[in-house]
Design a binder for this molecule. Structure first.
Ligand SMILES: Nc1ncnc2c1ncn2[C@@H]1O[C@H](COP(=O)(O)OP(=O)(O)OP(=O)(O)O)[C@@H](O)[C@H]1O
Length: 286
């Protein structure tokens, strides 16, 4: 299923002063083709989550249109599943119960639910944890359970808001590999918000960079690298530099929160790597 975002505008009343209106998104358009994996990147407050929430149907927008497979959508539907950053799992339920919950709500018969559950647990290597409570499993496992729950009803579209944001670096890279194989194997259409530039390059077919100027799209970059991706590939490095440059200008020295700090850290690391390369090429010491 494809997603088409056509000229959407979103105005919020200011959280402190309700009479002041903020136009967060103005006339934003982009498409995600069927089976494509697209990431939304950009500085804090540029409207990434708002865009995702509008596509999910959680938020109403003022102008423009959202279409899924050519049909207007303006409310949540089983075609679009959402993965929240903080997992949004039920702590009073076990892993298996969390995963089957949306299937139960859709009235899928028990036998079918159990079959699907087994299949999903196997896919994420979580078979042994079916009867564990959420507080008994690690952050990386919670993240996988949240993803499995989103996949349980076989949605055609997966909307993910920093799905790997709460896990450490090593676990994150492992989950990126799993996420890639889970999604690409099933040919789902995916749209993900992230602050992790490397994650965006690693997972995406396209990376869209938004700006603080009413969400204006600064860049829409096609990542043309074979899968699974090799971080040592010279072209991978070129995408890293390209995105680093775009994000530096998008941030424009304004670091507002943790997400911006992540972007800044990435930009600085990229700059350091490049200066090492240059000094090496010039015969300088590293
Ligand atoms: N319900 C709301 N009411 C008022 N303002 C809101 C609301 N939701 C979001 N905003 C404002 O809209 C702007 C965009 O928020 P959004 O969360 O979409 O940004 P973001 O790019 O996802 O940021 P971050 O990277 O920090 O998560 C921000 O200025 C935010 O304060």
């Amino acid at each position: 299923m494809s997603i088409s975002v056509q000229g959407i505008t979103k105005v919020f009343s200011n959280r402190r002063d309700k009479k002041t209106m903020n136009t967060v998104l103005q006339d934003i358009s982009f498409d995600v083709k069927e089976g494509e994996f697209v990431s939304l990147l950009g500085p804090s407050g540029c409207g990434k989550t708002t865009t995702l929430n509008i596509i999910a149907g959680f938020l109403k927008h003022e102008g423009g249109n959202i279409q899924v497979n050519g049909k207007d959508v303006n409310k949540p539907g089983p075609d679009r599943a959402f993965v929240f950053q903080n997992y949004a799992l039920f702590p009073w339920q076990k892993v298996g119960e969390n995963i089957v919950y949306p299937m139960k709500k859709q009235g899928i018969p028990k036998k079918q639910r159990q079959e699907k559950l087994k299949e999903l647990l196997a896919m994420a290597h979580l078979e042994e944890y079916e009867n564990y409570y959420i507080h008994e499993i690690s952050g990386g496992m919670k993240q996988r359970v949240a993803l499995l729950r989103a996949l349980a009803c076989n949605p055609q579209i997966l909307l993910m808001d920093e799905p790997l944001g709460a896990v450490d670096f090593q676990m994150r890279q492992m989950l990126q590999v799993q996420l890639e194989s889970m999604l690409l194997g099933s040919k789902k259409t995916a749209l993900m918000v992230t602050h992790d530039v490397d994650e965006a390059i690693y997972l995406s077919d396209r990376v869209i960079v938004m700006s603080r100027d009413h969400g204006r799209i600064l860049a829409d970059i096609k990542i043309e690298l074979p899968r699974p991706r090799d971080r040592k590939n010279e072209k991978y490095h070129q995408y890293t530099n390209e995105l680093s440059d775009i994000l530096r200008s998008a941030l424009n020295g304004e670091v507002k929160n943790q997400g911006d700090e992540e972007l800044l850290e990435f930009i600085q690391k990229t700059e350091k790597k490049d200066s090492k390369k240059t000094s090496f090429a010039q015969g300088g010491a590293i």
